[in-house]
Design a protein around this ligand. Structure first.
Ligand code: SF4
Length: 241
């Protein structure tokens, strides 16, 4: 059986392994795309992430649409019990159309692996679907313009747990402006769903210490709490069947 040190060791193992670029559907109909933030994206607009991706790749609801290569919609299982929301695509993600494929994404995968969570257990996306130039923090207007897409993703995935990775994800979805160090690890109920703010993996890369009380150590506590909660929820639903 793996020791705690073995599991924490996964937090450090980063390999360079970019994923292939996302394909675009040649049957895409541009007439169906809302191109202005004044046009609402109503709940139930999309039947799948693929449909949403086609729209996002032509979207100009905010200025980020003018500078993106690919809109980055998400990766993982669209029926996963856990939805992970990050901040925005970085350069690797913009070039491939897949979220969390750089070093931060590889660290996230290792963190999930440390508690035996795989791609089948998670769907990973961002608050804004297009890359903010220079990897700056998305503005409130950009997050507001993109929010209907995230709400559609939450509707389609219907997760039992939402992890809000970093302060922008917390602010953009639930409007809580407290710093991530203050609220990480706290279960928050939003719209009848269980959410937990956690550190963004990019922040963990900048803070490599694994000493007790360090960001990585705190993340280790949080991801174990998530694993425990998921096991409890799944056990409760199995008992109810
Ligand atoms: S970030 Fe979101 S709202 Fe802005 S252009 Fe991209 S898909 Fe549209």
């Amino acid at each position: 059986m793996a020791t705690e040190d073995d599991q924490m060791e996964l937090f450090s193992a980063i390999a360079a392994n970019p994923k292939p670029a996302a394909a675009l559907d040649p049957n895409f109909d541009p007439e169906l795309i809302p191109t202005s933030a004044k046009v609402p994206v109503l709940p139930g607009t999309y039947g799948s992430m693929e449909e949403m991706s086609l729209h996002c790749n032509r979207c100009h609801r905010c200025d980020l649409g003018a500078t993106r290569t690919y809109a980055v919609v998400g990766r993982g299982n669209p029926q996963a019990p856990i939805l992970i929301v990050g901040e925005g695509p970085g350069q690797n993600e913009d070039e491939t159309g897949l979220p969390f494929v750089g070093k931060a994404g590889q660290l996230l995968d290792k963190i999930l692996e440390s508690v035996k969570l795989t791609e089948a257990d998670v769907f990973i996306c961002n608050i804004v679907k297009c890359r903010p130039p220079g990897n700056r923090t998305p503005t409130q207007d950009e997050m507001d313009a993109c929010r209907p897409y995230l709400l559609e993703q939450i509707r389609m995935v219907d997760p039992q747990i939402i992890l809000l990775s970093g302060a922008s994800a917390v602010r953009g979805l639930i409007g809580d402006k407290r710093g991530i160090t203050k609220i990480r690890g706290e279960w928050i109920e939003w719209e009848g769903r269980l959410c937990m703010p956690v550190f963004h993996p990019a922040y963990l890369l900048r803070n490599p210490s694994r000493e007790k009380g360090s960001p990585k150590w705190l993340m280790w506590q949080d991801i174990q709490a998530v694993r425990t909660k998921l096991d409890q929820l799944q056990q409760a639903s199995a008992n109810a069947d």
